[in-house]
Design a protein around this ligand. Structure first.
Ligand code: IPM
Ligand code: MN
Length: 354
């Protein structure tokens, strides 16, 4: 009997539905080839729904989504909705409520892809950022006093719990061991200034490191990390960091791997329902033009298959994408691929089925 996985699909806003469509095409080809089945249920969460109903997520959404093996997400963000509402009400809410405490973002320069780092090739850019995904500055702790007056006070607190930090650090050590590349895990922090938060991170990191003598435990300040990403990206294997720093350094990571068109990520709850997404936004100006690059969404689909237990199928998707970038697509930017969105999806499908 072939195995069946239930996937919740949230195409979302802007170009989300177009890139998800290509991702699903690839998933279907992959499941056919590898003899498993995917049952997809679609959810209309996003800006359009919010504008119609005033609701970001319906009350039972989180409970419903928990029943799925994984969630496949396009993009959230709508030009007619005030920034923050959809991000907080949908994306961050799902990450938090589903306890997806890992945000896993591979930074890998595929063959044939041009990096803005002119002296660096695929042999130099191949690392993974593991971003804590449920705490830190994203926890929403803080408040305002005397808003709108000259005496206004605004406080935004970074929440770091021993349990939250430790489970993230542990995941990173395990991941680094399993990846088996340089066997080096770098903690990205700011111990010289954030002496409460990163003291907890640093102590936890080196305590857990004792259980992983085969992994080299390394540390770098976040500001220095942004410099090394540009100067010596080949130094990195796996990086673990807090929510805010992870958010910032993975946009830089996406740029050195060729741009938002290729950068994918997973919001992972190792014991629950995880959610996979291209990390770029909804790109409203490209919506419905068949110009947007679907490769990030396709790579996210590959990460999803690896997470649900179809490792071989997941790796095959990545291989197919690498083949397509090396032979068919030079520029990953929207409208500059030399192919339409649909054609790029077709190229990946052909490669998988050949
Ligand atoms: C990301 C995004 C989100 C974040 C936004 C849209 C809330 O930038 O996934 O990196 O800050 O986490
Ligand atoms: Mn971000």
């Amino acid at each position: 009997m072939s195995k069946t996985y239930n996937i919740a699909v949230i195409p979302g806003d802007g170009t989300g539905p177009e890139v998800v469509r290509e991702g699903i095409k690839v998933l279907q080809a992959s499941s056919k080839k590898n003899k498993f089945s995917l049952e997809m249920d679609y959810f209309d969460f996003g800006g359009e729904r919010f504008l119609k109903t005033g609701e970001t997520l319906p009350v039972n959404a989180v409970e419903d989504l928990k029943k799925y093996d994984a969630i496949y997400l396009g993009a959230i963000g709508h030009p007619d909705v005030k920034p923050g509402i959809l991000e907080k009400g949908i994306l961050l809410k799902l990450r938090f409520e589903l306890d997806q405490y890992i945000n896993l973002r591979p930074v890998k320069l595929y063959p044939g892809v041009e990096s803005p780092l002119k002296e660096k090739g695929p042999e130099h850019i191949d690392f993974v950022v593991i971003r804590e995904n449920t705490e830190g500055l994203y926890a929403g702790a803080g408040g305002v006093l005397k808003k709108g007056t000259p005496d206004e006070v605004a406080v935004q607190e970074s929440i770091n719990t021993r349990k939250g930090v430790e489970r993230c650090v542990r995941f990173a050590f395990e991941y680094c061991r399993k990846r088996n590349r340089m066997k080096k895990l770098t903690l990205c922090g700011k111990t010289n200034v954030l002496t409460f938060a990163f003291d907890l991170w640093e102590r936890t990191f080196y305590e857990v490191a004792k259980e992983y003598p085969d992994i080299k435990a390394d540390y770098a300040h976040v500001d220095a990390i942004t410099m090394w990403f540009v100067k010596n990206p080949e130094w990195f294997d796996v990086i673990v960091t807090d929510n805010m720093f992870g958010d910032i350094i993975t946009d830089l990571g996406a740029m050195i791997q060729g741009g938002m068109g290729i950068a994918a990520g997973g919001n992972i709850n190792p014991a629950g329902t995880s959610m996979f997404e291209p990390i770029g936004g909804s790109a409203p100006k490209y919506r419905d033009k068949n110009m947007i690059n679907p490769l990030a969404a396709i790579c996210a689909a590959g990460l999803m298959l690896e997470q649900i237990g179809q490792e071989k199928a997941g790796r095959e998707i990545e291989k197919a994408v690498m083949d397509v970038t090396s032979k068919h697509i030079k520029n990953l930017a929207a409208g500059q691929m030399g192919h339409t969105t649909t054609e790029v999806g077709d190229l990946v499908v052909e490669n998988i089925l050949k």
